[in-house]
Design a protein around this ligand. Structure first.
Ligand code: NAP
Length: 342
């Protein structure tokens, strides 16, 4: 068993202004830790500052600038911290250059975090936000576990170059970054423990209040576009369609740092749902709003089994149901984008 993690201390959170990073940081603040968050734009942290000061966390958080691609990006930021939650990564399906814009920053950023941790003796734990896409198999009807690896997306991007689809590029970036992390652990045998959190589609209420739909993060914006009539037609569901609440994802990061036995990969999924099933849940919650039509072909039920049971057993996650996640998320979007209360 690893030594107990201290009940107070400082956690470095990368990508603190993002959808997931802001929740992860708030999760640590709620447990009594101090936070140092990395960002690229101080302006994006303004609403977090207001929110956390109002919640009584004044003086418990600070922000520092860091870009994933910069040399030794996190060395200074890591100074004196007890643990690092590395959340930042390019989240886009529309990059002009797959390597320059997505894959290289994802891999280099992860390695910079691990090198900074190794150079900082106070660091006891590192948790990295990976994704189920680093496990994703090209067959349907698969039961996902932490033993699965996506060993194909990188080859597709290599073969296609700048013609590679943005989606496959993102898949490759997450698989390569997570592989690089585990190779670092194998080669360097660091004194700190490492966990990777591999969530499926993350939804839930954004806390870094988006004043426009596209400030909320890609996945949240996608469903807000449904109820505002921007998206009128659903795609067919991929076999791996699954969901998890952002608050459960944040908790998994916190528990992976503070629980003595936590380490290794954690698939994070509350269950599967096709686009049509998700649209039905949303339509029941907001019957007066538009909802996209199902895919032209009948939308097949999701055949894969994707459920993160290791995170339930070892991190104490109790997954929120889809309806709860959708209601909190879309109420928050309606409030902050439209200035209305639901
Ligand atoms: P997000 O809101 O776009 O957050 C991404 C964060 O990464 C932002 O803080 C962003 O900074 C930062 N970032 C991107 N490129 C950077 C760079 N070159 N240098 C420094 N920072 C950079 O997306 P998210 O959904 O919260 O994603 C957070 C993490 O969760 C990512 O690792 C993602 O792969 C993972 N994940 C997300 C989902 C999902 O469904 N949302 C599912 C599985 C895994 P800016 O604010 O300055 O842009």
């Amino acid at each position: 068993m690893t030594a107990a993690f201290p009940a107070s201390g400082t956690i470095l959170v990368t990508g603190i202004t993002g959808f997931v990073g802001s929740h992860v940081a708030e999760g640590f603040l709620a447990k009594g830790y101090r936070i140092r968050g990395t960002l690229r734009s101080a302006a994006k942290a303004k609403s977090l500052e207001i929110r956390w000061n109002a919640a009584g966390y004044a003086g418990k958080f600070e922000f520092v600038s860091a870009d994933l691609s910069a040399e030794n990006a996190f060395l200074e930021a890591a100074h004196g911290v007890d643990a690092i939650a590395h959340v930042a990564s390019p989240v886009t399906f529309t990059a002009a250059d797959p390597y320059r814009d997505v894959i290289n920053p994802a891999v280099q950023g992860t390695l910079s975090v691990l090198r900074a941790a190794k150079a900082t003796p106070s660091v006891k734990r590192v948790v990295i936000t990976s994704s189920v896409v680093s496990m994703f198999q090209q067959k349907s009807g698969h039961t996902y576990t932490e033993a699965d690896w996506n060993d194909w997306a990188s080859d597709v991007v290599k073969a296609s170059g700048t013609e590679a689809s943005g989606f496959v590029t993102y898949l490759a970036s997450k698989a390569e970054a997570e592989r690089a992390a585990w190779k670092f652990v194998e080669d360097e045998k660091p004194a700190f423990t490492v966990s990777t959190i591999c969530p499926v589609y993350i939804w839930g209420p954004p806390i870094n209040s988006p004043s426009s739909a596209n400030g909320a993060g890609l996945t949240v914006q996608m469903l807000y576009d449904w109820i505002t009539g921007v998206t009128t037609q659903l795609d067919s569901s991929p076999s791996f369609n699954a969901y998890v609440d952002v608050r459960d994802v944040a908790k998994a990061h916190v528990e992976a740092i503070i629980r003595p036995n936590a380490n290794g990969r954690y698939l994070l999924s509350a269950g599967t749902a096709s686009w049509t099933e998700i649209a039905e849940v949303i339509h029941e919650l907001y019957p007066e709003r538009p909802i996209p039509k199902p895919a032209a072909e009948p939308d097949a039920p999701v055949k894969d089994v994707i459920y993160g049971s290791r995170a339930v057993k070892e991190l104490g996650i109790e997954y929120k149901p889809l309806t709860t996640t959708m209601k909190y998320m879309l109420d928050e979007m309606i409030r902050s984008v439209e200035g209305a209360s639901h």
